[in-house]
Design a protein around this ligand. Structure first.
Ligand SMILES: [Zn+2]
Length: 354
């Protein structure tokens, strides 16, 4: 808790006047939250899911240099969704998926020493099977007791939450329910915790997963880039992946200072790929100039932005997307060197899920 410096009697009146002026200004609601998604913290595991201990330290240093508040995920999420706080305070939350051993051996000592809160999303079958490279349940229980640590559900089997080839909606719903509830039961048995947060395996989501999360009243975290705020979907919240392959310090500042993109999530398309390349249509805020919007397709560079009518635009890559998981990334200048950031994910269920 920070206490304001003592104010002398002579200064009180002018300060009160300033406060009234500040309150009268139409300040845009801003309780945006940047969430970072980690897997391994190690130099010996795959680069696409690993952050080296050196880079991890560098990222924590940058968070401190930017004077960011590191918040507990659940609380920070609820504040950001309400978007009620008028504040330019930068906020960030750290999350680790899968419960890899290196998080316990490499990240945890540093986080504990610095007093930084974080969330661990646990895949329970891997722990039950004693799979190499994962933490043990006793390590999870030890972390769960600590006030800095929040434990979340990352499914039992880490299966994709979009339909598999020839899978009916009924079968998908049953598979999702089994995996969510089995993991929830195991986490409760081992730690006593009833989690209310879920991280999507591979960051993939579908209307069936959203329905399951709503039914349980859980928050859901995906893995497309972007910032959580009042325009976000509480069941498919963006997180920035920050492994060595994407989390370099040269691009990190843009992510840490990014803002919630002001387009309502329910106006954006379902990520399940139908036509390829897919079309992203959205309506930009009234006062935005579409020429200042920049959108990228993976390995294809900048996309052209076509006006449909008024502020409604249509964005499409020139060539089909190639990967199981792709994204269109769009940014718009937010002033002071910051950007509004939107990432629209696309999932191709015909490609292998692992
Ligand atoms: Zn995972």
């Amino acid at each position: 808790m920070q206490h304001p410096a003592p104010v002398s009697r002579h200064l009180r009146l002018p300060l009160l006047g300033m406060a009234i002026v500040l309150l009268a200004l139409p300040v845009k609601a801003s309780a945006d939250l940047v969430i970072l998604a980690y897997h391994h913290v190690s130099s010996d595991t795959p680069a696409s899911t690993s952050t080296s201990p050196d880079l991890f330290r560098g990222q924590l240093d940058m968070i401190a240099e930017l004077d960011m508040e590191v918040v507990h995920l659940t609380e920070g999420t609820r504040d950001a969704l309400k978007g009620e706080q008028n504040s330019d305070q930068l906020r960030v939350a750290l999350t680790f998926d899968d419960a890899y051993e290196s998080v316990y051996t490499k990240a945890w000592p540093l986080l504990r020493e610095k007093g930084i809160p974080f969330t661990l999303f646990v895949t329970t079958d891997a722990l039950d099977d004693g799979t190499r490279g994962y933490m043990s349940w006793s390590q999870i229980a030890e972390l769960a007791e600590h006030e800095l640590v929040t434990i979340g559900n990352h499914s039992a089997d880490h299966g994709a939450m979009i339909p598999r080839a020839d899978e009916t909606q009924e079968a998908l719903k049953a598979r999702i329910a089994d995996s969510l509830d089995k993991a929830q039961t195991r986490i409760k048995e081992e730690t006593g915790i009833e989690s209310e947060i879920f991280a999507h395996p591979y960051g993939e989501f579908s209307p069936a997963l959203t329905a399951a999360l709503k039914e349980r009243d859980w928050l859901g975290y995906a893995q497309h880039s972007g910032v959580l705020g009042s325009y976000s979907d509480p069941h498919n919240i963006p997180r920035f992946p920050v492994a060595d392959a994407f989390g370099g310090l040269d691009s990190l500042k843009d992510k840490l200072t990014a803002r919630n993109f002001p387009v309502p999530y329910d106006s954006l398309p379902d990520p399940l790929l139908a036509d390829n390349p897919p079309v992203l249509r959205m309506t930009l805020p009234e006062n935005w100039d579409r020429n200042r919007l920049t959108c990228f397709a993976p390995r294809q560079g900048v996309m052209s932005i076509d006006q449909v009518n008024g502020q409604k635009v249509s964005i499409q890559a020139d060539n089909p997307l190639q990967a199981r998981r792709s994204r269109y990334n769009c940014t718009y200048p937010a002033g002071a060197g910051r950007f509004y950031w939107l990432s629209q994910p696309w999932f191709d269920k015909t490609q292998p899920e692992g």
